[in-house]
Design a protein around this ligand. Sequence first.
Ligand SMILES: Cc1ncc(COP(=O)(O)O)c(C=O)c1O
Length: 391
Amino acid sequence: MTDDQEPLVNGTAARPDKRLFTPGPLNTRPEVRRAMLRDLGSRDTAFVDTVRRIRRGLLQLAGVSDDQFTAIPVQGSGTYAIEAVLQTVSPREGAKMLVLCNGAYGRRMEQICRTAGIACETFNQSEEQALSPAAAAPLLAAGPLSAVAMVHCETSSGVLNPVAELGRLVRQLQPGAAFIVDSMSAFGAVPLDLEAAGVDYLVSSANKCIEGVPGFGFVIARLERLKQTKGNSRSLSLDLFDQWAGLERSGQFRFTPPTHALLAFDCALQGLLSAGGVAAQASRYRANNVIVKRGLRRLGFRPLVRDGDDCYIITSFLCPTHANFSFTELYRRLSALDQVIYPGKVTDADCFRIGNIGDLHEPDMHRLVDCVETVLRDMQVPIPVTYGDPQ
Ligand SMILES: Cc1ncc(COP(=O)(O)O)c(C=O)c1O
């Protein structure tokens, strides 16, 4: 989507930023943005201390101890961190990955494996439903696997997958396999007991539920597993073992770190921890999500994902079938009212998405619903919207 450019005055937007109802980059708190107004050298002790505090804070947020787990930041977007994990855990000989997949981010993991030449099997399920442990069990039981990977919240649809149940199955049926969870859009806001779920590697990034700015992803890795991965990596820069070893040795990144993004993240993470951590974030996001779902349902919109399989991070709504409705037009008109929504990303349904993470609060969500109603009226789409089929 292209947008009209906001003029900048001394590098700052002349008016408040639009509200981003997206899965990231997100609206950030002013103090998070202010934390970036420093130029720190990557070897400066203040910066090294910041990285140490971030690594410790991530373990605290995950509720795990530093004798079992370690936190490893990886430069780049979230996909870089996922790629670092997938190809560092896979031995050069005899690797076999199983991806449990119900959406675009599951397919991306499969694509990463194929690109890296890692043998990979995919368990594919409907994009509109949470992964079924019972349906996945036969594939999990067949043949030895080196790793099993899945997505926590499939941001492409808004489905929340049952990590704990699947993790228990992995431990039972494939005790030797590493269990990898892409929790990009859930970590920090959706509770997950890593020990109980048997998670070995959890991946997320700076600009999701912790509400930092883009620039790096991070991995929370079980030390016992990670220590067995030396020499596996097919890539120099995406070698998770070496990244960890370098940080442990000197407290420094091997290659140039995104210093400003790390300073912002430190502020965001410490803020979240002191505000109550995962429980606090979950409670605000849940309240935001209730408002947007209730409001759009009142306007006649149908969510793609049924209650129970959904997540309070992002919601896919089906596009109405009335001739006057067009997502492009809805997007453009909402953006002109400073409300930025997101296109759909599922294969077989015409949808759009509304995220409710970031520095968004209840008044923001009410305003969005009001704006959607205004825009529908302007587009002459009858309210409640309809779908041209009997309900
Ligand atoms: C579940 C999930 N996995 C992977 C990614 C990819 O992250 P990035 O776009 O930061 O590379 C995203 C991005 O939204 C995501 O939501």
